[in-house]
Write a protein of this length. Sequence first.
Length: 330
Amino acid sequence: MAAPLAGRRVLDLGALCAQRPHALAASMAARLCAAYGAEVVRPVPESGEPFARLPPLLPDGGSALDRFLNAGKRRGPAATGAFDAAIGDSAALGAHAAAVPVRVRLSVFGPGEDPPMSELGLLALSGLLDIVGEAEGPPARLAGHQPAYAAGLAACTGLLAALRAGGEEVVEVSLFDVTAWLNWKAPASVMVLGAAPSRSGLPKDWHTLPVRDGHVALVYQDKDWPALRDLVGDPRLRREEFLTIAGRRRHHAELMAVLRPWFAARSRAEITAAAQARRIPIGPVLAPAELLDDAQHRARGFLGPGGMPHLPLRWDGARVGAEATDAALA
């Protein structure tokens, strides 16, 4: 399949954005454009690449974030020539891309509403912080840069649509709107149940449990309980207090006292194989290095030998413009 943006030039202004969430989102959108075959040019300020020392750091001291977001891009002090599209915040676009026909403008709340904002602030405003983590502890920040990366995906989608339509267009992407969309279950719960979910009201059905060689994610629904009960095989699980989901929630501590020793005595592979045989959605918690050898990732060709994801993927696992993308990452 031919790369859909082959022959297009995209200006990545992520390094010139004033705020970190905007910079990450613009860089992610441009990263996808490069994977779609575009020539992506990334001007950097005199101080250098802002992502160059951001964690996580690689053994050689470089930034894995920089390596991932800027793969396949051409960096330099200035951008010259004509461009089909540009991605950045309001100030960066105004200073460097006023004549570019398609401009993707990132802001916090929308045009003209761009106050100082962090990714943590976006998570809090969207309500996501209220549903992550244990009720007894502090809110837990989502791993990675999920709000910014989701905004980058939205920005790339809008850019592709604008290029296909032709002509001039400003694509507006609100970081808050995207983050609120990630928490779509909150408004749905308000409409259906009359209240938004919160950590204090979430049932304790799903857990991460220690096992002999790490951890597994114990994820099951009420329909899976008989299979899980039989898998563990402890007669105490047939007691009356564990017959219903309401009873298991009320007697959570007693339930865990029965389950934990069984899991702790077995390996991740042993538990996963036994659970899959009974169609219980239990899976291992993998370390980053283990993902390189994950059977599903290998089958889909998702990760390269050095751990770099091959993006984007089609629904059937094939990579778009794979030859051009691989050459750019080499």
